[in-house]
Design a protein around this ligand. Structure first.
Ligand SMILES: [Cu+2]
Length: 178
């Protein structure tokens, strides 16, 4: 037996050991544990600290650490049969997205540069099990004040000057509620 094989075996055994400890800790359940509050940091251009899996009833909070850009966290529940990564979905047109494009987000949080987010839609809690896309559609370089004013005074996403949405620069992620 070569050294490589032995190492692989040993690593395998360690993984099995860790698996046993983990399943004992969770009582063998396949759920995401108990509901918690998670602090997510919005930055130029991405979400830091986004949990992969949360229990139903968990809450997401957001702080914007940018010193210039407004950021938002739009969280949309994906259909159960939608398996593609969010990075693929953001490249599709509304037509190609079909039902996803028409789905009302489970939450929208928005935060000015350096501020804590306020909920615009929902209260930050995710109740329904499933996979959720997490996105920021703020146009790059948009003036935060102009955007917030437009959002307050209009219906739907405000039309303000700016470049491509932050999601296209990598500001997206996903969370699974289970
Ligand atoms: Cu953003």
């Amino acid at each position: 037996m070569g050294t490589r094989t032995k190492l692989a075996l040993r690593l395998g055994l360690v993984a099995i050991g860790a698996g046993i400890v983990l399943s004992l800790a969770c009582g063998g359940d396949d759920d995401g544990g108990s509901a918690k509050t998670y602090g997510v940091k919005a930055q130029d251009y991405g979400f830091a600290g986004l949990p992969k899996t949360v229990a139903p009833g968990s809450k997401l909070e957001m702080t914007n650490s940018s010193n210039k850009e407004l950021h938002e966290m739009v969280v949309i529940r994906l259909p159960d049969d939608e398996k593609r990564p969010v990075g693929d979905l953001i490249k599709l047109s509304d037509e190609e997205l079909g039902v996803i494009a028409e789905t009302e987000p489970a939450m929208v949080l928005i935060a000015a540069p350096g501020e804590d987010a306020m909920p615009v839609l929902g209260d930050g809690t995710l109740t329904e099990k499933g996979r959720y896309a997490v996105l920021c559609f703020i146009p790059t370089g948009a003036d935060p004040e102009a955007y917030l004013n437009a959002a307050e005074n209009g219906d739907g996403p405000p039309e303000v000057e700016g470049g491509e949405p932050h999601a296209f620069k990598g500001m997206y992620g996903e969370v699974t509620v289970k």
